[in-house]
Design a protein around this ligand. Structure first.
Ligand code: S3P
Length: 411
C-alpha cells in the first residue's frame, strides 16, 4: 500500500444537483420572487439557469442566494435560440416536461454524451399528454424540436422504468393539464419533485427554497476517507432523503458506521451532518430497490469494493448503461486499469476485492463522465504514482470543488 496522508476534518459540499434543478424550475413557475439558498454550483445546474433565462425568467445572484423572479404558470416566453442542456440529462428531460405545457416551439440540444442518451422515455408519455414532436434524431436522440400545448391531457402514467427524470417530466407537464396527473413506477426513484410541489403548492406559491448539500458529491468525500487509513471526516448539511441514501446503507453493509448528527428538515427535505471513519471494508451485494436508491453512487461503491476483502456484486443496475457514459462498462475499465479484477454483467458488475493486493498506476479516459473521473482520482490517490486521468473536466458539472475539498482534508 502506498503511504497516503489520512483525511480528517469537516467540510461542506455544493448544493444537491437534483434538488437545485427543481428549485430553479419551480421557482421560475411561481408568481413572484423566490430566494433559493445553497444552489448547486455545477455546470449542469448552470445549464438549467441559462435555459430559464432564455425563456424569459430573471435570475440574480445575491451573495449565497439565487433570486428567481418567477413568471407564474403562464409567463414563460418562446425562446429565440435552441435550449442547450449541455451534459445534463435532468435539464433536458425535465425541461421537456415544462415545454410540453407551453404554447410555443422549442429545440433542445446537448453535448455529445447527452445526444447519445434516450429521450423517448419522456417523449412517449409527454406526447400522449399532447406534446408534439416535430423533429428527433433516429426517433430517440437530441436534437429534439417540440411544440407544446395548453391545456395538456391529464394522465395516469405507469412508467416501465424507475426514473425520477421520467416521473418528474410527467408531473411537471401535469401543472398545465386539464385534471389530475399521476405516475406509478416499478421502484421508488428520488422524490424531490413531489416534495417540492407539496411544499410550494399548486399553483406554486413564492416561498424561499433551501437546497441541502449533495449526498452524491458527499459520497466521494466519505468514500475517500474509507480508502485512506486513519481517516475520519464529517460532511456538514447533506441531504438524506431516503430515496437517495442507498449509498449509506451500502456503507453499513461494508461494516462502516455512518454517524448522522444535527438531523433536521427544510422545505420537506431531510438533511444531516454525516461522519465516517476508515475501517476494514466487507464485500457487499446490491440489487433491487437498493440499486435504484444508490444509482449515482454505484461506480463509487464498485471502486470501494476493490479494497474490500472478497467478491462484491452489483445487480439490477442496467440503467447505469444510459447515464453520462455506459457506467457498467466504464467502471469495469476503470477498475481493470488500476489492476483490480472486475467482470461486466448485462445489469451490473462483479468486483474481486483484495485490500492486500497492491494497485498499479491507472490510465483512464473518463470520457466526460464526472462520476467516473472522481472514482479515478480516488484510486489514483492510493495507487503508486504515475496514474493518468483524462476527460476529467466534467467534474465541474456536479462538484467543481472536488479537488480542493479533498486537499483541505489532507492538510
Ligand atoms: C436524477 C435522476 C436519476 C439520476 C440523475 C439525476 C434527477 O436519473 O441518475 O443523476 O435529478 O431526477 P434517472 O431518473 O434517469 O434514473
Amino acid at each position: 500500500m502506498v503511504d497516503v496522508a489520512p483525511l480528517s476534518g469537516t467540510v461542506q459540499v455544493p448544493g444537491d444537483k437534483s434538488i437545485s434543478h427543481r428549485a430553479l424550475m419551480l421557482a421560475a413557475l411561481c408568481e413572484g420572487v423566490v430566494d433559493v439558498h445553497g444552489l448547486g454550483s455545477g455546470g449542469d445546474n448552470g445549464s438549467t439557469a441559462r435555459i430559464l433565462k432564455q425563456l424569459g425568467v430573471r435570475l440574480e445572484v445575491v451573495g449565497d442566494v439565487t433570486r428567481v423572479h418567477g413568471v407564474g404558470l403562464g409567463g414563460l416566453r418562446a425562446p429565440a435560440e435552441p435550449l442547450d442542456c449541455g451534459n445534463s440529462g435532468t435539464t433536458m428531460r425535465l425541461m421537456l416536461g415544462i415545454v410540453a405545457g407551453q404554447p410555443f416551439e422549442a429545440t433542445l440540444i446537448g453535448d455529445d454524451s447527452l445526444s447519445g442518451r434516450p429521450m423517448r422515455r419522456v417523449l412517449e408519455p409527454l406526447s400522449r399528454m399532447g406534446l408534439e414532436i416535430l423533429e428527433i434524431r433516429e426517433g430517440e436522440y437530441a436534437p429534439v424540436r417540440v411544440r407544446g400545448r395548453r391545456p395538456l391531457t391529464a394522465m395516469n402514467y405507469v412508467s416501465p422504468v424507475a426514473s425520477a427524470q421520467v416521473k418528474s417530466a410527467v408531473l411537471l407537464a401535469g401543472l398545465w393539464a386539464n385534471g389530475e396527473t399521476a405516475v406509478t413506477e416499478p421502484a421508488p426513484s428520488r422524490d424531490h419533485t413531489e416534495r417540492m410541489l407539496a411544499y410550494l403548492g399548486h399553483p406554486p406559491q413564492a416561498k424561499p427554497l433551501y437546497v441541502p448539500g449533495d449526498l452524491s458529491s458527499a459520497a466521494f468525500i466519505l468514500g475517500a476517507a474509507l480508502l485512506t487509513p486513519n481517516s475520519r471526516v464529517t460532511v456538514r448539511d447533506v441531504g438524506v432523503n431516503p430515496t437517495r441514501t442507498g449509498v449509506l446503507d451500502a456503507f453499513e453493509a461494508m461494516g462502516i458506521g455512518v454517524t448522522r448528527s444535527d438531523e433536521r428538515e427544510r422545505c420537506g427535505e431531510p438533511r444531516a451532518d454525516l461522519t465516517v471513519a476508515h475501517a476494514p471494508l466487507k464485500p457487499f451485494t446490491i440489487s433491487g430497490t437498493l440499486a435504484v436508491r444508490a444509482i449515482d453512487e454505484l461506480p463509487l461503491l464498485a471502486t470501494l469494493a476493490s479494497r474490500a476483502a472478497g467478491v462484491s456484486e452489483i445487480r439490477d443496475a442496467q440503467e447505469l448503461r444510459v447515464k453520462e457514459s455506459d457506467r457498467i462498462r466504464k467502471t469495469v475499465e476503470l477498475l481493470r486499469s488500476f489492476g483490480v479484477r472486475a467482470e461486466e454483467r448485462p445489469d451490473g458488475l462483479r468486483i474481486h476485492g483484495d485490500p492486500s493486493r497492491p494497485l498499479r498506476a491507472g490510465r483512464i479516459d473518463a470520457h466526460g463522465d464526472h462520476r467516473i473521473a472522481m472514482c479515478a482520482f480516488l484510486l489514483a490517490a492510493i495507487a503508486p504514482p504515475g496514474s493518468v486521468v483524462t476527460g476529467a473536466a466534467s467534474i465541474d458539472s456536479s462538484f467543481p470543488s472536488f479537488h480542493e475539498t479533498l486537499e483541505a482534508l489532507a492538510r
